[in-house]
Design a binder for this molecule. Structure first.
Ligand code: FEO
Length: 171
């Protein structure tokens, strides 16, 4: 059984993951309108991945006798200025998500909820991967700057960089 405190914290994380999915969907749509199909495909996949992160939490909360509450989401930005700006936003967003997961881990220990603590280790591993990937992309885009040819090649390259979970989400 989940304590009220941990149920509330897990529900907040559900909202964060759902909002992440929306932010990356908005990025995908914006990139598509700019003609960058590789970046758009990467962002659509990332958006799906975040929805999976959310669903995994929803199922866990309900399985443990809590109630996963599906909340209103903040509207994501519509446009992102430049690819550099967009990938910086993505990186900053993932750093924020990692901090939130760390806080959840802290609460699970305070509450002596070792089942939730164990469950959260998947997210801890996932955040290491997501932050590393976001940093790699940001480094590349910072090298390219606004060079059109470089951005064209980057759009092709990014198709090969897929967001994949470090651990089977159904495990
Ligand atoms: Fe689910 Fe990218 O954090």
């Amino acid at each position: 059984m989940l304590s009220k405190e941990i149920e509330k914290a897990l529900n907040s994380q559900i909202t964060i993951e759902a909002e992440s999915s929306q932010v990356y969907l908005a990025m995908a749509s914006w990139a598509e309108t700019q003609g960058f199909e590789g970046v758009a495909a990467f962002m659509y996949a990332h958006s799906d991945e975040e929805r999976m992160h959310m669903l995994k939490l929803v199922k866990f909360v309900n399985e443990r006798g809590g109630h996963a509450k599906i909340a209103t989401l903040k509207a994501p930005p519509i446009s992102f200025g430049s690819f550099k700006e967009m990938f910086q936003t993505l990186f900053d967003h993932e750093v924020m998500v990692s901090a939130s997961i760390n806080e959840l881990v802290h609460i699970s220990l305070q509450e002596r909820d070792y089942a939730t603590h164990n469950f959260l280790q998947w997210y801890v591993a996932e955040q290491i991967e997501e932050e590393a990937l976001a940093r790699t992309i940001l480094d590349k885009i910072n090298l390219i700057g606004d060079d059109k040819g470089g951005l064209y090649l980057f759009d092709n390259d990014v198709k090969l960089l897929t967001v994949t979970s470090s651990v089977d989400p159904n495990a």
